[in-house]
Write a protein that binds this ligand. Structure first.
Ligand code: F0G
Length: 459
């Protein structure tokens, strides 16, 4: 077996700035030890997110030039719509400026107090949009998802028994829709099997509940199905995607992930009445239905990106990259969420730095040290992002997993960048006893991870 190489050559380059550890110590201190507050110019390798950070192809840039900027009926809209329909099969395709705009329109119409929206795991913006309208977002992923060392091949699966019990418990009338996030970002970029999508569909159908996919990373999910579900070994990823979408009544999509663009999204719906209502909201808040908050050139780039993302040499390289870095750090005993998922490596911070108590944020200690050691920006997904303080006792309530996410921008970094990242992680792990906890010096009540400031806890 030969090395799986980057299936592209590089036509445009963007320099990255080297800094010294001494400089980074100052930069981090000035940012209140919050990596969201650092200028990207001060980051060497930016693994904060895989969202909107892809490198576009020459064909996508050509699309940017040929985009039709007409207000109504733009040629670029039709190309976009036809491509989305070719892959998803949905009837109504509604462009939005990004994924959460599609969520806001959908849940503005369907979520209200007394409703419940079950999912394998809702992403934060999905949960926020449901709860903002007064509904309840419910996560029903299989129990294996909570064990970072379980090698279950589809750790993003819905727990079908819990789903059915839940529907019977609250009553189908209170469930306007059910969702599946493919792949399951909050649970480690883990895929959902075709079998599980079919089973979820069967339960939904039995109770007359529509099923929607949060399809941001649908192509990565399709590739895992091809690799891990024998039935699909010989199917191509477009056919697999078509089948995944065929079980759903609609989807929300952030094109900033698997459409390989820097901005964009869409809402797709089969139901005529719901689509009409969604377009009405779209016109009020996003724009006319043939551009929906995007420029014509963005629609061109999305249409082209959706074609490219399903190329199997791209998907093989994409998923192999995450697996490759996982194999490297595994040899040095670094604890991480296994098996590696689609778009990111998730370090298991609780095992990595067990000497730091959870209320002192072991994930943050690791994320800060990855920056100090190697200029790498990652993201704590643990007690800072999802932890709470008990109002009565003042005690810290930790989320189920304490993780640090290193998300991989698409087609941006090469193998030697990832070799470097593995070296830095290993070095930080080797010196893990020196890691110190952090405490807040400034904290806001909502989404505190974006704006909080910290200081190291003296030993
Ligand atoms: N759903 C999932 C599963 C996501 O991962 C995201 C974004 C969204 C919806 C919202 O899409 O950003 O276009 O509004 N995830 C990014 C991340 C921000 O870093 O994981 P958006």
């Amino acid at each position: 077996m030969k090395t799986i190489i980057e299936p592209f050559r590089i036509k445009v380059v963007e320099p990255i700035r080297m800094t010294t550890r001494e400089q980074r110590e100052k930069i981090l201190k000035n940012a209140g030890y919050n990596l969201f507050k650092i200028s990207s110019d001060d980051v060497l390798i930016d693994l904060l997110t895989d969202s909107g950070t892809a490198a576009m192809s020459d064909a996508q840039w050509a699309g940017i030039m040929s985009g039709d900027e007409s207000y109504a009926g733009a040629r670029s809209f039709y190309r976009f719509r036809d491509k989305v329909q070719e892959i998803t099969g949905f009837k109504h395709i509604i462009p939005t400026h990004q994924g959460r705009a599609a969520e806001r329109i959908l849940f503005g119409l369907l979520s209200r107090p007394g409703t419940y929206i079950p999912s394998n795991t809702h992403f934060d913006t999905t949960r926020a949009n449901i709860e903002f309208q007064g509904g309840s977002a419910v996560d029903l992923v299989i129990p294996e998802a909570k064990d970072t060392q379980s090698l279950h091949p589809f750790k993003g699966n819905m727990d079908i028994v819990r789903l059915e019990n839940f529907i019977q418990g609250v009553g189908a009338d209170h469930i306007p829709l059910c969702m599946l996030t493919i792949t399951n970002n909050s649970g480690g970029g883990q895929p959902v099997s075709m079998e599980n999508i079919r089973q979820t569909k069967n339960v939904c159908q039995k109770y007359g509940i529509p099923l929607f996919l949060d399809a941001c990373r649908f192509a990565e999910n399709a590739w895992f199905i091809k690799l891990r579900e024998p039935e699909f070994e010989h199917s191509d990823c477009k056919t697999i995607s078509r089948e995944m979408f065929s079980y759903a009544d609609g989807c929300t999509m952030s094109a900033k992930k698997d459409a390989l663009v820097n901005i964009g999204g869409f809402l797709a719906i089969n139901d005529d009445e719901l689509a009409m209502q969604a377009r009405n909201v779209l016109i009020v808040t996003e724009g006319f239905p043939t551009y929906g908050g995007l420029a014509g050139r963005d629609l061109e780039a999305i249409a082209q990106g959706l074609e490219e993302v399903l190329h199997e040499d791209y998907l093989a390289y994409r998923i192999r990259t995450v697996e490759y870095i996982g194999e490297k750090i595994d040899r040095d005993g670094v604890p991480f969420l296994k098996p590696t998922g689609g778009h990111a490596l998730y370090l298991d911070a609780a095992r990595f730095a067990p000497h730091i108590p959870l209320p002192q944020f072991p994930g943050q200690a690791i994320a800060c040290e990855l920056y100090l050691e190697g200029g790498i920006r990652s993201c704590e997904i643990g007690s800072i992002m999802f932890g709470k303080t008990d109002a009565k006792t003042g005690k810290h309530i930790a989320p189920p997993l304490e993780l640090v996410r290193l998300a991989f921008p698409r087609r941006v970094y090469t193998q030697s960048h990832f070799d470097y990242v593995a070296e830095v992680i290993t070095e930080v792990y080797r010196n893990r006893e020196n890691l110190k906890g952090y405490r807040f010096t400034y904290e806001t009540p909502y989404l505190r991870h974006f704006t909080a400031e910290f200081e190291p806890v003296p030993s």
